[in-house]
Design a protein around this ligand. Structure first.
Ligand code: SAM
Ligand code: FES
Length: 346
């Protein structure tokens, strides 16, 4: 085991069997050692800075029916909403005043936001906030669409692959969805010059240690600038509503391994991590993360973007309580910075 750990600490990916063994029965001493090394590596590249992203969840309409997701199209209990361009610009204005220099526009795959409508929104943000980064997270679109949005001023794109394992992808999604298409979209985004964010859920229904090892290695091989992972959390009104959530400790372990294998990646301590444990995000930072993404969406719609049960959205993680978040980060010897927070060149 010591050989595997040393390899990971040197930034060398182990083979899938070794990694899967490590993930299947990790001891506390192993987790602590990797978390400490991950923290050190993160600090060597990014110091004690924690980058903030203002998350604007602008639509909860979605044409997809992912079995794990609370806003899937079959969930008739969701009160659907869409934000207008003016709503989104108001969120950005509030966020800019608070100190945000990255805005993340995330939503379901909603046909209402055609390429022209979306490009118009991106152009407006770009011209109002030339010193800010614009990140999109709109799911799968055509290469032409991604190109148009890039030309309009988008810098980054978050598209978790969810899984690169075909069997697991089919277990988590309905037959009309295609995992290969999602992986192709990630390639297209990278080719177009977007800073790319990849990622997956830890403890997703049906996910084995081998799958998890494969996901860590696949993500590392692609060298994305951003890596977002969080525990799976069930949503009562979905087919996986009765499944257990992913564990905090396994998510933290994955985070540490990803940091060590991808030293310069920007890695958030996600909302899902903060949802499964009151200090989940602080623990994420201590395991090697260096980004937090407070919610900038209008208060009136926040509860409606319910991807999973009990999603935190009105407490310390909310953008308007940045001071509380700052204090949380200081409790783990880090501080929030006002900065676009681009990835260091690889
Ligand atoms: N539609 C965009 C897309 O497909 O990338 C962005 C929105 S999607 C809801 C954002 C992410 O939420 C997904 O990539 C997924 O990993 C995560 N997510 C969805 N349901 C979840 C659940 N039940 N528990 C944890 N994370 C979940
Ligand atoms: Fe589309 Fe979740 S099913 S965002």
């Amino acid at each position: 085991m010591d050989t595997i750990l040393t390899k990971i600490e040197k930034g060398q990916p182990p083979c899938q069997e070794e990694l899967s063994l490590l993930l299947s029965r990790p001891e506390d001493a192993v987790r602590n050692r990797l978390a400490q090394s991950a923290r050190r590596v993160c600090e060597a590249h990014y110091g004690k800075a924690i980058y903030i992203r203002g998350l604007i969840e602008f639509t909860n309409y979605c044409k997809n029916d992912c079995y794990y997701c609370g806003i899937r199209r079959s969930n008739a209990k969701v009160a659907r909403y869409r934000l207008t361009k003016d709503d989104i610009l108001s969120c950005c204005a509030a966020g800019y005043t608070l100190g945000f220099r990255t805005f993340v526009l995330q939503g379901g795959e909603d046909g209402y936001y055609t390429d022209d409508r979306m490009a118009d929104i991106v152009t407006a943000i770009r011209s109002a906030y030339p010193d800010c980064a614009i990140t999109l997270s709109l799911g799968e679109r055509s290469a032409a669409s991604y190109a148009q949005l890039k030309a309009a001023g988008a810098d980054r794109y978050l598209l978790r692959q969810e899984t690169s394992v075909d069997r697991l992808y089919r277990h988590l999604h309905p037959p009309e969805m295609d995992g290969k298409k999602r992986l192709e979209c990630q390639h297209t985004l990278g080719d177009l010059g977007y800073q790319l964010g990849m990622g997956f859920m830890v403890g997703a229904p049906g996910q084995t240690s081998e799958d998890l090892a494969q996901e860590l290695l696949y993500t590392t091989k692609r060298q994305p600038q951003m890596i977002g992972i969080g525990p799976f959390i069930p949503h009562a009104d979905t087919p996986f509503g009765g499944n257990p959530p992913g564990s905090l400790s396994q998510t933290l372990l994955c985070l540490s391994i990803l940091r060590l294998l991808n030293p310069k990646a920007l890695i958030p301590a996600t909302t899902a991590l903060g949802t499964i444990h009151p200090t989940g995000r602080e623990q994420g930072i201590q395991a090697g993360a260096n980004v937090v993404m407070p919610n900038l969406s209008p208060l009136a719609v926040r509860k409606q973007y319910s991807l999973y049960d009990n999603k935190i959205c009105t407490g310390d993680e909310a953008a308007e309580c940045l001071q509380c978040l700052g204090r949380r980060m200081e409790s783990v010897d880090r501080h929030l910075v006002i900065d676009r927070g681009d990835a260091l060149p690889s």
